[in-house]
Design a binder for this molecule. Structure first.
Ligand code: PB1
Length: 337
């Protein structure tokens, strides 16, 4: 008598066609609203600068933004995350140009709001693109972080971005207490119910940020960021950081990087089911997939969709990804991907 699996052990009856397979994980569906597009805005108004370490990704001068974003908005783009890149503006200890009138983010915001009134605009908030030392906070003379001065400076910049038209402030600096400081200055200036805070809550000291630091010209001039970004081996700290940021008033939370930290995503989802949860698929993850596909060892679309599905399965609501333009194009040309 050959072995017959028990009736409930026959899985093939639940996956023998695409609809059945779709039903096994509708909560992992990928739509345009699940993607946030990170974009670099450089202080050279009429330039488009391809980024060598991130093929297909460019830095855009303000006068090139509209034509770049128009087709994406037409394809369903619903949110962007903007990063200022300072090529001409001088960098100093305090990151003075992070919120000066010449800052590309400050200059771009009112234009973006006018061109695309329904596009949600998040502003990355950090000092590293604007400080001479390249760290994410203000430093003491001995090169350590001065947390109090960093919080005051970051809150000032957050207010400037809010005044310029930001819908969301996304502090990627990882200074202790910056969420509370930002929320306070927004509330004190009548932006408490007009600007959201997306916290890079569980952000790790990852080796996957290299291409970004090339793109944003934001690498530290000495040392590293291990004293303020989470150690990759920590999971308790990730939960403590997210709990703290939620208590300080974060409206949305994030895990970053994505693929190497899906365990953290799943745990964060379980502990904070009431908060929109973002994953940042960072520059190194982008480059890894891009170059593997270019080398012909993987199929870009199939592998990218599998990776993004794993991020949704782990619990992410929104994925910040440099692949957004390609994904929107695939979505626009087919009812689903
Ligand atoms: O795509 C990426 O690698 C994102 C890098 C990220 C941007 N928020 C930061 C990581 C880093 O360079 O340490 C920038 C920190 N403010």
């Amino acid at each position: 008598m050959s072995y017959l699996p028990e009736k409930k052990h026959i899985l093939a009856s639940g996956i023998f066609n695409q609809t059945l397979r779709d039903w096994q994980g509708l909560n992992c569906a990928l739509t345009a609203k699940n993607f946030m597009y990170p974009i670099f805005i450089i202080d050279n108004e009429n330039e488009i600068q391809p980024i060598k370490s991130m093929p297909g990704v460019c830095r855009y001068g303000i006068n090139k933004l509209k034509s770049h974003l128009e087709p994406l908005v037409k394809n369903g783009l619903s949110s962007i995350l903007i990063f200022g890149v300072s090529e001409k503006l001088p960098k100093d200890e305090l990151g003075t140009h992070a919120d000066s009138n010449e800052n590309p983010v400050i200059l771009a915001l009112p234009k973006l709001k006018k061109w695309f009134p329904n596009l949600m605009i998040a502003c990355d908030l950090c000092l590293c693109p604007y400080t001479s030392h390249g760290h994410c906070g203000i430093l003491n003379k001995d090169g350590t972080i001065n947390n109090a001065k960093s919080l005051k400076r970051l809150a000032q910049i957050a207010l400037s971005y809010a005044k310029a038209g930001a819908d969301i402030i996304a502090p990627s600096d990882m200074m202790d207490g910056r969420i509370g400081a930002i929320k306070q200055i927004l509330i004190d200036n009548d932006f408490g119910n007009k600007v959201a805070v997306l916290s890079y809550a569980a952000k790790f000291a990852s080796s996957f940020y290299g291409p970004f630091r090339d793109a944003a010209k934001s690498a530290p001039t000495f040392g590293d960021r291990k004293c303020y970004q989470l150690p990759p081996n920590s999971s308790g700290l990730a939960l403590r950081a997210t709990k703290r940021d939620v208590e300080e008033g974060a409206d949305m939370i994030m895990v970053k990087p994505g693929l190497p930290y899906l365990d953290i995503v799943q745990t964060t989802r379980a502990h904070f089911p009431e908060y929109p949860l973002f994953i940042y698929q960072v520059s190194g993850e982008y480059a890894m997939i891009y170059y593997a596909a270019q080398a012909g060892v993987i199929d870009l679309k199939v592998v990218l969709l599998e990776v993004l599905t794993s991020m949704r399965r782990a619990g992410a609501d929104v994925i910040i990804t440099y692949f957004t333009p390609q994904l929107l194009d695939w979505l626009a040309n087919k009812s689903k991907i």
